[in-house]
Design a protein around this ligand. Structure first.
Ligand code: M6P
Ligand code: ZN
Length: 194
């Protein structure tokens, strides 16, 4: 994160739980279907969306609380409802580069699933609704899926030094995919893990 001021005093920010916004926002990122082309499995559905002009899947706002000797950060994410093929909108998902770095995710609005998985493929999923709070141990990759019809907003608390590692998820995804099946949410085996 660039140009983050060091502040050794307590800091409070006011979050809008409906859209994950707060002021001042020090870093802002948008991720579109094109950014998740390696994550969603229905390649024909991706091409179709891109032909029609891409689509926003989620936005992330960061507030790094940098002091002289600590790097705690807050991230708020809003995942808009929708599907690519039959797969629900989701975050890319990542491991932490550092193996001693956990994270806490707090769903403040919406419904969905938090998928977690170790490098060996041990899989845990947590059903999510407003005010579900999950501790993600260091060795678990994590991805949030919005299975509802409204935006899903969550707050993440982590150390910036944890780092993001996307490669293994880009290559194989999680062991299960979260899809709509017969009008309902279902977790189905991911063929890339067969
Ligand atoms: C949370 C935090 C961020 C992360 C974001 C989106 O806000 O975990 O560090 O970047 O979610 O997740 P991803 O990076 O997997 O797209
Ligand atoms: Zn993380």
């Amino acid at each position: 994160m660039k140009n983050v001021p060091v502040n050794n005093y307590p800091t409070s920010i006011q979050l809008d739980i409906h859209d994950g916004k707060f002021e001042p926002c020090l870093e802002f990122e948008q991720r579109k279907v094109s950014d998740l082309a390696k994550m969603f499995s229905d390649k024909a559905a991706i091409e179709d969306i891109l032909r029609r002009g891409d689509r926003l899947v989620y936005e992330i706002r960061y507030y790094p609380f940098f002091t002289s000797n600590s790097d705690m950060a807050l991230g708020t994410t809003i995942i808009f409802p929708g599907k690519v093929g039959n797969e629900y909108h989701m975050t890319k998902g990542h491991f932490h580069e550092r193996e001693d770095q956990p994270e806490v995710y707090h769903c403040v609005q919406g419904e969905g699933v938090l998928q977690m998985m170790t490098r060996e493929g041990e899989y845990v999923s947590a059903p999510w609704k407003a005010d579900t709070i999950t501790h993600i141990p260091p060795q678990f990759a994590h991805r949030v899926v919005n299975t509802g019809t409204f935006p899903l907003v969550f707050v993440a608390v982590f150390h910036v030094a944890a780092g993001h590692e996307y490669g293994p998820i880009e290559q194989r995804g999680f062991r299960y995919k979260v899809v709509e099946k017969d009008g309902k949410m279902a977790e189905v085996s991911n063929p890339r893990w067969a």
